[in-house]
Design a protein around this ligand. Structure first.
Ligand code: FES
Length: 169
């Protein structure tokens, strides 16, 4: 028969095992997102199984953090500041230019997964307003000429999707 001391020790082991498995979650999310640029459902299901953590807990933990995404993101992420200083200096017009150039609204990704357009509140460098961030690189003091140049640079780096020709017999 197991005495109380052993039961407490066993319970302690179970709790610490569960804690260890949970502590692996965030690290795993980072690894998955680094590989896929977002958290695909299949990967989260596999993670849930591997760590023996209910899928609902995996999702609720991931969704708690703003840096994890559940839908595919572009190779390039353009994030336009819409804080007050940037807004009064024409951020809306910049968003419009990017939307038109890449045919996406804020929060959307191009079909070829090249570019994701996002907007955000103040990013802390109002002195450079209007500001945007492309893949963690800040671009400030923007005007429409600089925006057009940036768009054309991004367009020039965009991989060309080859149309596949169907040969009919
Ligand atoms: S409002 Fe855009 S950086 Fe502060």
């Amino acid at each position: 028969m197991i005495d109380l001391k052993d039961k407490v020790a066993m319970l302690g082991d179970i709790i610490s095992d569960a804690k260890k498995r949970r502590s692996m979650l965030i690290h795993s999310f980072h690894k998955i997102q680094k590989e896929h640029n977002y958290l695909p459902e299949d990967e989260l299901k596999a993670l849930s199984k591997k760590l023996r953590i209910p899928l609902s807990d995996v999702y609720s933990t991931a969704s708690f953090y703003k840096q994890f995404y559940f839908t595919p993101r572009g190779k390039k992420v353009v994030c336009i500041c819409m804080g007050t200083a940037c807004h009064v200096r024409g951020a809306s017009e910049i968003v419009k230019k990017f939307s038109e150039a890449f045919n996406v609204k804020p929060g959307e990704t191009t079909e070829d997964l090249y570019l994701t357009l996002e907007t955000v509140g103040c990013i802390g460098c109002c002195g450079l307003a209007p500001v945007l961030v492309v893949d963690d690189v800040y671009k400030g003091d923007l005007n429409m000429k600089k925006v057009a140049k940036l768009i054309s640079e991004l367009e020039s780096e965009r991989p060309v999707v080859q149309a596949t020709e169907t040969i009919k017999e």
